[in-house]
Design a protein around this ligand. Structure first.
Ligand SMILES: Cc1ncsc1CCOP(=O)(O)O
Ligand SMILES: C=C1C=NC(C)=NC1=N
Ligand SMILES: [Mg+2]
Length: 221
């Protein structure tokens, strides 16, 4: 699934990320509702205390992948390259503590490759090694990722865009429909959220509000 930068930017608009530990309701129901509400991309991120492993993890991945396929939403796997290849996911997302981007690119061919970066140097390396998009954050305070780095606000995003870096970028960390707009105005191509959707009473409504917030800015830009 080689994807050109403009198509990648469209996919990043409302990028929902979830694993079994992020939701109180049934993950399949939550994903169905989120897609109904208008999320544009999904990442399976089974990580942290109490997360699934092995066969159980693979089985949930396949169920969520099937739901994405029904709605033609690309299915991204976080960290686990082997799982992504085994189930023929549409892409992977890696951080700085995973294998290097060039090693992963060699393994996944033309699938989507996302890389988390926290500095200009990491961004330049990821771009050079063939990343399709960058994930930056945490933008705002979050309790979803226990070992999240320091909250960066819009500073790193502004630094990247001021350095004329054009690659598709998505922000992550504490994002809700109330605080999403400034991120888009500062040059992000989309917002990535876990709890704002996965822990909402109505994941569908939460996704809809995020979608509207992001598109309102883009229409006016
Ligand atoms: C995976 C990740 N990386 C930086 S913050 C974060 C967690 C984002 O979760 P939430 O959208 O609930 O703040
Ligand atoms: C840490 C992350 C940062 N950004 C994205 C898009 N996904 C992640 N898992
Ligand atoms: Mg990782």
């Amino acid at each position: 699934m080689a994807v050109n930068p403009q198509a990648m930017k469209n996919l990043l608009k409302v990028y929902f990320i979830m694993g079994s530990t992020n939701c109180h309701q049934n993950p399949e129901k939550v994903l169905q509702a989120a897609i109904q509400g208008g999320v544009t991309l999904f990442q399976f991120r089974e990580k942290g205390a109490g997360c699934l492993h092995g066969k159980e993890k693979e089985s949930l991945a396949k169920k969520l992948q099937a739901i994405c396929k029904e709605s033609r939403i690309p299915f991204i796997v976080n960290d686990d390259i082997e799982l992504a290849l085994k189930i023929n996911a549409d892409g992977v997302h890696i951080g700085q503590d995973d294998e290097t981007a060039d090693t992963v690119r060699r393994k996944i061919g033309s699938k989507i490759l996302g890389v988390s970066v926290h500095s200009m140097k990491e961004a330049e390396t990821a771009i050079r090694q063939g990343a399709d998009y960058l994930g930056i954050g945490p933008i705002y305070p979050t309790s979803t990722k226990a070992d999240a780095k320091a909250v960066q606000g819009l500073s790193f995003l502004t630094e990247l865009r001021s350095a004329d870096i054009k690659i598709p970028i998505v922000g992550i960390g504490g994002i809700t429909f109330e605080n999403a707009s400034p991120l888009i105005e500062a040059g992000a191509d989309g917002v990535s959220v876990i709890s704002a959707i996965s822990q909402a009473d109505s994941p569908e409504k939460a996704a809809e509000k995020l979608y509207d917030a992001v598109n309102k800015i883009m229409r006016n830009a």
